[in-house]
Ligand binder design. Sequence first.
Ligand code: HEC
Ligand code: HEC
Ligand code: HEC
Ligand code: HEC
Ligand code: HEC
Length: 491
Amino acid sequence: MTQNTASDRFREWFLPIVHLSSNLISRIGVVMVTVGGVFWLYLLPAALRGEVVHPYIGILIFLGLPAVFFGGLLLIAAGVAWQKHRELRRGIYPANFPPLDFTNRDFRRLVGFVAIATCANIVIGSQLVYSGVNYMDSVTFCGRTCHTVMQPEYVTYLHSPHARVACVQCHIGPGASWFVRSKLSGVHQVFAVLFNTYPRPIPVPITNLRPARETCEQCHWPARFEGNRLVTIPHYAADAANTRTTTVLLMHIGGGNGQGGIHGAHVAAGVHIVYGADASRQKVHWVEYVNTLTGKKRLYVDDATPPQSVNLQSGRTMDCIDCHNQPSHTFHLPNEALNAALAAGSMDATLPYLKQQGVALLEAGYPSRQAAARAIPRALQRFYAAKYPALAAQKRNAIAASAAAIMRIYRENVFPSMKIGWGYYPNNLGHVNSPGCFRCHGNLHLAGQAGQVLTQDCTVCHNPLAVQSPNPAILQQLGIAGATDGAHPSP
Ligand code: HEC
Ligand code: HEC
Ligand code: HEC
Ligand code: HEC
Ligand code: HEC
């Protein structure tokens, strides 16, 4: 009995809507509802599995499609209200409605229209969604769509060892929970780009970056790192001959299989290092080392921090990017970039004072890339024309090629539109150009034991086999004199 009255009441309420919905506004609403619904159903499973990792897709799933869906519902209602108003005014609003079955013309039309709109959306959606999702996850989209914002990261990325690793593999990684978190911050980022309120340059460190061990270890497994790596670093002096010397370091890479070394000390199984620092993470105040396998536990602090004031909860757990903070966006300094270009032969090291001129040209400020591109080749030509006229005529092409290489270094490291100048982003992997390893090593001492510092022994991280030596004996012995490896990628 009660069921009957309920369905009667539903019919009473629904029949006028069926009748009134055959108007243009409601039809548009129906199309929007089916677009929103069908596309949403397509995207949702991939989103929940964490396959779709782009913030724009997140905006679409969590904001865009629901907005279309509910906007459509509103339009249907508005169309119905408007149609009723019109029919009442014209006196054509029916007193009774035919029953709700396929003899009812209005109902037939409505069902037919919804069916066609749904089918069309299923067909269109199946084509668009897949390619759209793939595109938005692609490096092209991440690197180029927000052109100015991401240009520095995209350009440096293209010249990094990770040029074939997709942005999302480091910035989001696998699994659903980080996908959702990145969605939330992604929404905010997209609005920052739309309204042009994003910071220039983008500040580092990125505080909400996923712990690197969950992303990097998809491909790099510290238990498998081992042994030593020979690193050769070319140097060219700022003299007339651009005098070449070479530094050779045997880096103690080490690993997690109890081999110690750099990775054994910080990321092996059982090791937990937590440290406290300022917002830039460049000034470390204290660091705690715990090894759950050996039971070793130590606290190191700087002079300004009383050990009892250390708050371990506020610390950051050390992971890969505390050293590898530029695995993919490596910003070089003029000196090292020119050394690499000279060593690679893209600049002619026989041109007198080329290194010195290169540093001067790169360090001179330019208002824009266009201005730099005009000024650099002209200034280099002028220098040789004034000081070495015969050579300038004879080596015209070599000078032009060297100027182009200098310009390339500028383009790959300086981004006036994002206010990124030389050395804005410090590289933590070393200690010569920025504090790097020495933020802790040599700066912090064992709590309660003044004088006993965290090691700065020159041979603990690397054997300096030769330091700026003209012709390192070790390279001759190995039969690779003059060679350079890829540790400092050529620009
Ligand atoms: C190999 C891993 C990796 C890849 C691939 C990668 N990034 Fe990064 N990215 C990082 C790390 C690590 C940081 C530094 C985080 C920090 O210092 O806090 C970073 C920082 C950034 C920053 C902040 C500014 C800066 O330079 O530090 C932006 C923006 C960025 N990445 C965008 C991108 C884009 C766009 C791509 C693809 C073209 C990409 N990333 C590819 C690991 C990666
Ligand atoms: C999707 C796989 C992948 C991910 C994720 C990844 N890498 Fe790599 N990494 C590579 C590949 C491939 C190379 C290049 C190997 C080569 O050139 O021999 C590489 C090279 C490197 C190198 C050596 C560079 C050199 O100078 O030879 C370092 C260091 C490194 N990765 C660190 C990281 C760090 C740190 C992260 C996390 C932020 C990371 N990688 C994430 C695949 C990955
Ligand atoms: C304490 C600093 C530090 C930490 C933490 C660290 N690394 Fe390294 N890593 C280094 C140094 C230094 C090198 C050698 C660089 C060179 O050759 O110039 C290196 C080299 C590498 C290489 C190249 C190995 C080879 O055989 O050439 C890879 C890959 C790498 N690290 C990945 C990682 C990953 C992944 C993590 C996190 C699990 C990590 N590192 C944590 C300092 C660190
Ligand atoms: C956040 C602080 C911190 C930074 C930055 C840091 N380390 Fe360490 N490092 C430690 C701690 C803590 C230990 C363990 C000290 C102990 O065993 O008492 C350690 C130990 C080591 C050891 C083993 C020392 C030994 O006596 O066996 C090596 C090698 C090493 N670090 C290399 C590096 C390199 C290379 C870098 C830079 C790329 C670096 N560290 C950056 C904190 C740091
Ligand atoms: C905590 C680890 C650590 C300690 C201690 C350490 N270094 Fe280094 N050193 C590094 C790393 C990492 C690099 C970067 C290697 C690279 O560029 O691939 C480096 C690079 C260098 C370079 C090459 C710089 C260049 O660009 O030519 C020299 C020279 C050097 N170290 C000398 C020393 C001397 C001298 C000491 C002793 C006072 C010392 N190091 C102590 C980790 C360390």
